[in-house]
Design a binder for this molecule. Structure first.
Ligand code: E4P
Length: 218
């Protein structure tokens, strides 16, 4: 399973990248706004800055909601850097845009996906990634991880090439559950990634090893 960090914060991206296990980055307009990145030129420069930190794919989301706007914006984003993947919402015009980009060699991440039917359209349109939002489904008492499992099963059965990118991951357990459900990618906040490291027996075991070493070696 590939591991993306879900943030536009350069410090957190560097910290995750320094671990040596990061495969990419996802952003969205809310995450960009959280970092107070505003204005087209600054936003585009920020994407390039992210690409210069990590080696893998960097999702950059279009703001336009009409087909022409999405196509223009997506082409401009894709031209910024070879690592850019154009993130497009799963709407009627969004699916048309994904199909156009896919036919023209531009990689896409079809986002805001909450159902198997939406995931089917994203795959049929040739999306590189589909992003089902696990946490936001859980927020409304619907099993987000179960949707990941369903999409993975259907994509495997019908041999779709679209990769399942589990998004809206809120905590460490979501990562584990998406791993078990067969997600190709999980995009996670830094806190959830760091949570994978935590185990009291690791801490206790290390303390014991060091204490025993000190007893003999001083
Ligand atoms: C990433 O691609 C998504 O936009 C993001 O994971 C959404 O996460 P949230 O539901 O925590 O805002």
């Amino acid at each position: 399973m590939k591991f993306f960090i879900d943030t536009a914060n350069l410090e957190q991206i560097r910290e995750a990248n320094d671990l040596g296990v990061l495969d990419g980055v996802t952003t969205n307009p809310s995450l960009m706004a959280k970092e107070h990145i505003k204005g087209e030129a600054n936003i585009r420069q920020h994407y390039v800055d992210i690409c210069n930190i990590v080696k893998g794919d960097v999702s950059a989301e279009v703001i336009a909601t009409d087909l022409d706007g999405m196509l223009k914006e997506g082409q401009a984003l894709a031209a910024l850097h070879p690592q850019i993947v154009v993130k497009v919402p799963c709407t009627k015009d969004g699916i048309k845009a994904v199909k156009h980009f896919s036919d023209n060699g531009i990689r896409t991440n079809c986002t805001l996906v909450f159902s198997l039917g939406q995931a089917l359209l994203a795959a049929k349109a040739g999306a590189t990634y589909v992003s089902p939002f696990v946490g936001r489904l859980d927020d409304i008492s619907t099993d987000g991880v179960e949707l990941i499992r369903q999409i993975v099963g259907v994509y495997q059965y019908y041999e779709f090439g679209t990769q399942v990118l589990a998004a809206s991951i809120r905590h460490t357990m979501h990562i584990i559950q998406c791993l078990e459900a067969g997600a190709d990618v999980a995009t996670c906040p830094l806190s959830a990634i760091m949570g994978l490291l935590k185990h009291p027996l690791t801490d206790a075991g290390l303390a014991q090893f060091l204490a025993d070493h000190k007893k003999v070696n001083g």
